[in-house]
Design a protein around this ligand. Structure first.
Ligand code: A3P
Length: 275
């Protein structure tokens, strides 16, 4: 409600949006590195000393904490992040021509990642997290903040079909499979396409390497410190747990996976979206 009532978007704002634990940190790093590549040499880039969440603020948390004025102080073009579903975005954002990049991920991996993350956030508050089976069931019921996962992705998917010049829809798995093609796509969407010369100089590979899971996880900035002022408070290291895809196999039974896959398939039927 606070965002809807008080946020003043600028036409050149860029929003990075995701359901929690779908690859937000990686998208923040990639978008920021791509957009700022001519401002900082990639071997002395701010991402080497700052967590990706420090360079792309999480609007939801700042508004809950009453620190929204920090967003006003940022120079344009701003890169901002939110987990809000499309239908909750204020008209001032959806109607203003601001660009949106959305990332989605296999809901089964999202649930696993979120369970580990919630366990750490709960532990930090001295609370216990739900057992995994219960947590998974809650995901199937759409019983999480920002849920259901499939609705969240579907709304942005539809908007990306309707307004492809303003809404870019990415998939975590495709980015892992073809990082170079996706960085180029990102750069084009951001209005700063990679030149032939940059491609020859290996800039795409440098961005991918700077933002890789292994690189970011190894940096002091991501081993120490924490994120979150209101919605959650967790160590920076919590954002770099395992990386990759398919960890759901180590947590969910085939029956559990089948159930969630079935729900997602049914809900997305006819949309052209598969996640
Ligand atoms: P796991 O918990 O499965 O390891 P988010 O950034 O939205 O919170 O998503 C978190 C997931 O993205 C985590 O998954 C995390 O490991 C993974 N991740 C973080 N940084 C990444 C990077 N640079 N490249 C690929 N995956 C990354």
């Amino acid at each position: 409600m606070a965002i809807r009532q008080h946020f003043n978007p600028r036409p050149d704002d860029l929003f990075l949006i995701s359901f929690p634990k779908s690859g937000t940190t990686w998208l923040k790093a990639l978008a920021f590195a791509t957009m700022t590549r001519t401002h900082y040499p990639l071997d002395r880039h701010p991402l080497l000393s700052l967590n990706p969440h420090d360079v792309v603020p999480f609007m939801d948390d700042l508004f809950v904490a009453g620190q929204a004025s920090k967003l006003e102080a940022l120079p344009s073009p701003r890169i901002l992040a939110t987990h809000m579903p499309y239908f909750l975005l204020p008209d001032s954002i959806t109607g203003s021509g601001c660009r949106i990049i959305y990332i989605c991920c296999d809901p089964k991996d999202v649930v696993v990642s979120l369970w580990h993350f919630s366990a750490k956030a709960s532990a930090a508050k001295g609370r216990e997290c739900f057992p995994f089976d219960k947590f998974f069931e809650m995901a199937c019921e759409g019983d999480f903040p920002y849920s259901p996962i499939w609705d969240h992705s579907l709304q942005y998917w539809k908007e990306s079909l309707r307004r492809s010049e303003k809404v870019l829809f990415l998939k975590y798995e495709e980015m892992l499979e073809e990082p170079a093609a996706n960085v180029k796509r990102l750069a084009e969407f951001l209005g700063c396409p990679l030149s032939e010369e940059e491609e020859k100089e290996g800039v795409v590979e440098e961005i991918i390497s700077l933002c890789s899971f292994e690189k970011l996880k190894s940096l002091d900035a991501n081993k120490k410190g924490s994120q979150g002022i209101a919605v959650f408070k967790v160590a920076n290291a919590s954002f770099f747990r395992k990386g990759g895809i398919g960890d759901w196999r180590n947590h969910a039974s085939p029956e559990m996976a089948q159930k969630l896959d079935g729900i997602v398939r049914e809900k997305l039927e006819g949309s052209g979206l598969t996640i």
